[in-house]
Design a binder for this molecule. Sequence first.
Ligand SMILES: Nc1ncnc2c1ncn2[C@@H]1O[C@H](COP(=O)(O)OP(=O)(O)O)[C@@H](O)[C@H]1O
Ligand SMILES: [Mg+2]
Length: 817
Amino acid sequence: MPGVCEGPVGGVDRGHQKGGNVNIRRIHLQNFRLHADTEVFVPAKGVTAIVGGNETGKTTILEGLEWAFSGGDHTRGKVANLRWFGAPPRSGAKVTVDFSVGGKEYRVERLESTARLFAMPAETVIAQGTTPVSEAVTELIGMTHREFISTVFCRQKDVEALSRMGATDRVAFIRQVLQMEKIDEALKNLRKRKNEMAARLEGMTGSEDDLKRAEAEQREVTARVEASGAAVHAVGKELQSLSEHMSDATKVLAEERQKKGTFRDLTHRLEMAKRVREGIRSQFADLEQQIAAGKEAEAALEDAAPEGLIEELRDYLHECRRNRQRLQQALDAMSRASAARNGAVLNLKEHESRVEELQCALDAVEYDPDLLAKLDAQIQEMSRAHSETVGALRGEIEAHRTDERKTLRKIEAIKQAGEGACCPTCLRGMDGEVFDQVLESLNDHLRVVVKDAEHKEELVRQSNEMTRRGLAELRAARSDAEQARDAHKSVSSDLIHWRREVKVAEARLEEAASRRNEARADLAKIEKLDVPEAEELRSMEQELDAKVAERVRLESRVEALAVASARLERLQADHDARTVEVEALTSKIASIGFDEERYLQAEESVGGLQEKTNQAEVALSARRATYGAQKDELSRVTVRVESLREVVSSLEAQKAEYRTVTKATEMMEGFRVAVTSTIRPEMEELMSGFYAALTDGRHEAVELNEDFSAQAFEAGHAPDTLSGGASDQLALAQRLALSLMMAQRSGNPMNLLFLDEPFGSLEESRRMNVLNLIRDLSGVFTQVVVISHVAETKDAADYVVELEHDPSIGASRVVAA
Ligand SMILES: Nc1ncnc2c1ncn2[C@@H]1O[C@H](COP(=O)(O)OP(=O)(O)O)[C@@H](O)[C@H]1O
Ligand SMILES: [Mg+2]
């Protein structure tokens, strides 16, 4: 179990020597890019070769180390794409690196979203979280990420980039790698500071003179302020005495004003009271006139239109009107009764004539009550006799017809039997004559029989005809008799009805006659009463109306008299009250003792004092403004004097500081020149050594120009052109020289060097040189790791790790170590 420290992690064990002597032990990649699970051990000393075909994940191992130490997006691609494509779900990319610094063991472990740094072997967590771990590693190895990779990692792409760089970029790159820019930065800051101080000191020169001038001004302004103060005081005093006078005068004026107010108020009220009294007086005459008229009317009232007379006249008129009405009604009733009686007479006459008519009609009807029965008996008798006769005749006809048929059959039989045969009846033999005789007699008999039958049929016919005609006559007579009977019956009933109606009409006539008599009696009675003519009646009415109108007129005057008397009384009382009020107000006004002249004097005196006070106030505020302005000026001058005093006193200190900064700048400039001048010879020397080794001593020396571009020398000559391979080697030599210088300059001896594909496009013999150089470098760097697809690299290595891509799992694996 790794121990987890309490509290904020990230602090590095201060017991270690900071930086230096970094040694890598193990790099373990899990689900990182094309590594599913690759573990590479690196021996503490010597050259390790990591070999394998193209795209077997060699460079990725280097990037895994870089990511574990620094995190972030420093490697190719994004963090999001770090995870192996074939990684099982929920297992992220993870890189673990075991390493030592100054002999102490550590482990850094980084996942996509977190990281931890352990102190080994106790596994104590000393930093946790992506950024804290990166910062802790930087502190531990004593290098920033940038410094670390430009020193420790010598990558093919860096070498190529260096050889392709233009002069300016190269100088900048080298200066940056060697941290010259830090010196430049420091120098820039020093110069800036120096310039700022110079400008400030420039601004401060002359401030001593300024101070003297300011002090003189301060004295002058102080004197002015004092004079102004005295003036303000004097005006203030004057104003105070004015204000005392003013307060007395104001008091007097206030009293006068109050008196004036009361006086005005009372006078107004007196005026009002007088006006009201005048108004009352003006109403008196009018009222008295009304009263006189009323009294006159009162006297005239009984003479002109006595109430009793009017009443009598009214009653009489009323009586007359009623009598006229009754008379009219009686006349109407009379004429109605006469009309009714006349109607009844007419009615009766009508009914009587109707009865007469009906009696004549009844008499005209020939009606025998037994006739119908007689006719019915005759009809019956005739029918019976007829059927009897016809029955007898029919019997005889039947007998004749039977005889006829018999005779015919006999004749037929005799004819058939012919002459000589026996007579069928008498059964005698018949010879010719007999035969003929028999036939003759038989035929005679037949003729007689037929004639009889026909005769009798004729008799039946005659009887039928006679009976039919007789019956028709009888039936016609019968229907006449029926009609006569019906007519008799209906006329009789009408007659009965109308006779009754006549009785009723007689009764009505009697009643109408008696009513007419009554009406006539009534009329006679009324005609005896007093009924004046309509014209007379109208003139009497007019007379009455005139009397009534006169009375109403006089009565209204009498009524007005009462009202006017009451009003007069009230007004009298009111008038008296007003008179009392007028007297009271007059004596009050006299008691106030208000004098307009005195009042005006008081007003004038207050106005005069007010004006004086205003003038004094204006003067005071002007003096005060001057005083305030002068005081402000004084305080401004005082501030200036103070600040100038400060400036003068700090001037010395600043001058001393300026001298120090100037000195430091000069020293830094000297230091920069010294450093720059040593870089080139040092790099030249290192490059010469590396280049000679890489070219088998064919190029014995390298010279660096101002811009750090290299010139190789061969047998004392400088060729203008170099082969591609040679220039690659020159670049490699420069890159190695840089790494070495950087390692030395950082103050920490760097023991570690990674070379990724250092051979470039070199031919085999030259590759050997590189390998030899690498072996030589192992004398300088404790741990050298060479990454290459070139198989010979293995020959130069103390330890080999061989990688292969396994298509069955879609990831790389270590095949030999
Ligand atoms: N997340 C990933 N999962 C699987 N393969 C990856 C992933 N990222 C990159 N690769 C593969 O890694 C290979 C590059 O690896 P690299 O280390 O540069 O190879 P080498 O240096 O051996 O030539 C490429 O083939 C690329 O397809
Ligand atoms: Mg590679």
